[in-house]
Design a protein around this ligand. Structure first.
Ligand code: ADP
Ligand code: MG
Length: 386
């Protein structure tokens, strides 16, 4: 009731700030290579969106187009509501209100930290410039290093200078292209936390390109999964991981195994037995593939089972078990580090209670029965259970 009232009282909510970045039907090809293809992407103000996909899928091209380092073949790009590129207009990078942070920092080696940060502030008066440099260096906790040169800093410190430089002109959006990939593992987590905290503290919208699934899910308020120059799915981290829209997203964002399965009268069965019920599919009889996540797959030693543990990988806190089923297909199961089923153990494979697995028809996820899937159309021959 109170939610309803609140909505009525805010009739102009839809007229909030314009999206920080919008790409509408943006295409960029390099000869025969597809950079991005008819890309539709909206980055709402205040979000930190992570962009992930295999190498060559168009992540950097997307950022370079937004920054003005590339011209789109077709389409429109807006930054904070202003058109910065379309068929007629092209606004230069330094006039776009876009900040950039790259993997290799791209600091000017012959300039001090202070001068590097000052670089994009030429439209301010000298006094304002100095004040702003001090402010952003404080923000990244590097004020004491303002007179050092880049080669006198650690990798993590250089990355913080690059972030300070990007933030100094108060951009509408900061674009970060794999900014942590040249840092070693231990430093990486710290610099990542600092970067996210700084973006949040300043309320800055960010787009962060990463090839690390954990980073994409843990850092992003939204996750955009790209492939071959197009977006496969753009949604909250939870939705992308738990309800992948396509087979590709399911396998790219986490450990996924696929088994042929059948939904018959609302029961989902596959080689490991009944997986779950599928409410709303009461009259259906459909062949699908079921997506099994390794953390949802349970194992119990069972001498009567034809499934066998075929490999065990120790990861520290968890142990990944590979199980070969009677069909020859393999499924994986994460177990706590105290559990070890040695190779060769016969195990019963089940799915953890409460799991709602993703179903695929072809390469796309389906949440409701396809048309023409009525059980009346099919002879009833249950698939073989092990
Ligand atoms: P990602 O950052 O996701 O790894 P990119 O956006 O860099 O991918 O590249 C997308 C596609 O465009 C790739 O096939 C790449 O080879 C191609 N590409 C990118 N930049 C250029 C360029 N300057 N010249 C030719 N091809 C390019
Ligand atoms: Mg790239």
């Amino acid at each position: 009731m109170s939610i309803r009232t609140a909505r009525v009282q805010r009739p102009f909510a839809a007229e909030g700030p314009p999206a920080a970045l919008v790409l509408e039907g943006v295409t960029k090809h390099y000869g025969s290579a597809v950079g991005v293809d008819a890309l539709e992407l909206t980055i709402p103000a205040g979000e930190l969106v992570t962009l992930i996909g295999p190498s060559g899928c168009g992540k950097s091209t997307t950022l370079r187009l937004a920054a003005g380092l590339e011209r789109p073949d077709t389409g429109t790009i807006r930054v904070a509501g202003d058109v910065v590129a379309d068929g007629r207009r092209f606004v230069d990078p330094e006039r776009r209100r876009v900040g950039l942070v790259f993997q290799d920092y791209a600091l000017f080696p012959h300039m001090t930290v202070g001068r590097n940060v000052e670089f994009g502030l030429d439209r301010l008066h000298r006094g304002e410039r100095r004040a702003r440099v001090g402010e952003v260096l404080d923000l990244v906790r590097l004020a004491h290093l303002a007179n050092r040169y880049p080669h006198e800093l650690s990798g993590g410190e250089q990355q913080r200078v690059a972030l300070a430089r990007a933030l100094a002109p108060r951009p509408a959006v900061v674009l970060l292209d794999e900014p942590f990939s040249s840092l070693d593992e231990s430093l990486r987590a710290q610099v990542r936390r600092d970067t996210v905290a700084t973006l949040q503290e300043t309320g800055t919208t960010g787009v962060l390109v990463t090839h690390d699934q954990t980073e994409a899910l843990s850092v992003g308020t939204r996750v955009v999964v790209m492939r071959g120059g197009v977006i496969e799915q753009a949604d909250t981290p939870e939705t992308v991981f738990e309800q992948p829209a396509t087979r590709f997203v399911a396998s790219f964002m986490g450990d996924a195994d696929f088994l042929p399965a059948r939904v018959q009268r609302a029961l989902l069965t596959c080689e490991i037995g009944i997986v779950s019920t599928v409410p709303g599919w009461a009259n259906s009889d459909v062949d699908v593939d079921v997506v099994l996540r390794a953390h949802e797959v349970a194992l119990h030693p069972d001498p009567g089972s034809s499934a066998r543990v075929c490999a065990v990988e120790y990861h520290g806190a968890f142990v990944l078990h590979y199980v070969r089923l009677a069909s020859g297909r393999t499924v994986r199961s994460w177990q706590p580090h105290t559990v070890r089923h040695p190779v060769g153990t016969a195990v019963a494979v089940t799915v953890a209670p409460g799991t709602t697995p993703t179903l695929l028809l072809g390469d796309r996820a389906i949440t409701s029965p396809p048309a023409d899937s009525s059980s009346e159309h099919r002879p009833s021959e249950p698939i073989e259970l092990s």
